[in-house]
Every structure is written in C-alpha cells, then in structure tokens.
Ligand binder design. Structure first.
Ligand SMILES: [Fe+2]
Ligand SMILES: [Fe+2]
Length: 151
C-alpha cells in the first residue's frame, strides 16, 4: 500500500471513530432516562474509547505527514460506516444494541480487518501503523462482545 492510500484508509477510520463516538453518546443520552443504567454506562465508556481511537489515528496520520480530516461534512463523506440508525422506540433495548453491534462495531471490525490485510504483506515496513491498527481492532472486537453480553 502506498503512503497516499494508507493515509486515505487511516482518515476513513478516523472519520468513522468520530461518527461512532457521536452516535454512541447520543444513544447513551436517550437510554439513560430509562431503566437501563448499565447500557448507558457501557455506551459512554465505549464512546470514550472510540474517541481515543480517533486521537491515536490522528497522531499517526500526522507522523506520516498527512492531516486528519478537518471538515466535519467531509468527515461524513469519507467514512464508510457513516450512520447508525436506532429504533424509533426508546424502549427497544435489543434494537439499540443490535444497531451498535451491526452498524457500529461490525462495520469498524470489517474496516480494520481490511487495513490489516493490506498492510500484512509488508508489515515490517511500517510496524507502528500495523501495531496501532491491530490494537484498535482488538478493542473493537471487545466492544462487540461487551454489547453482545448486554443483549
Ligand atoms: Fe474505535
Ligand atoms: Fe468500537
């Protein structure tokens, strides 16, 4: 993968982390008024980890000579996981959890798997990016499990 393609992939991931952060915090707000404090707490905790991922990706993008996407409208355009659609009914706990699992975590896992596959053939050329993506991917898998455990 050449550097421009890598920067594009990292920026897509960066955008997706902010989008996940936004939707998880939104969902935490609307469910926290209901009797699901554990779900709201989990959504907040995981949203904060997504924000950390965005920061880690931004640092690496800058180290590689790129720039993290600066325009919020473009952020949504460059993301592949760009939306999480929650149930209209706030009482639909399963629907909320399924939305974050399928449209949030699984989409993120697919994206990071794709980057890992592209980096793998010559991972030793950029070990730091490889390890960062591996680290984020393992946290996304933990997120998926954490939400599944609440189902
Ligand atoms: Fe993430
Ligand atoms: Fe995640």
């Amino acid at each position: 993968m050449d550097i421009d393609e890598l920067l594009e992939e990292l920026n897509t991931a960066y955008a997706e982390e902010w989008i996940a952060y936004y939707y998880y915090k939104w969902a935490a707000s609307v469910v926290s008024g209901l009797s699901w404090p554990n779900v709201a707490d989990e959504l907040k905790r995981i949203a904060d980890e997504e924000e950390e991922h965005a920061q880690e990706l931004a640092e690496r993008i800058i180290e590689l000579g790129g720039e993290p996407e600066r325009d919020f409208e473009d952020l949504v355009k460059i993301a592949k996981c760009r939306k999480i659609v929650f149930p209209k009914d706030y009482g639909d706990l399963k629907g909320f959890l399924k939305a974050v699992i399928e449209q949030g975590e699984r989409c993120a896992i697919d994206g990071y798997m794709g980057i890992i596959k592209k980096l793998s053939p010559c991972y030793e050329k950029d070990l730091r990016t490889f390890h960062l993506i591996e680290h984020i991917l393992s946290e996304e898998i933990q997120h998926e499990e954490a939400f599944e455990n609440l189902l």
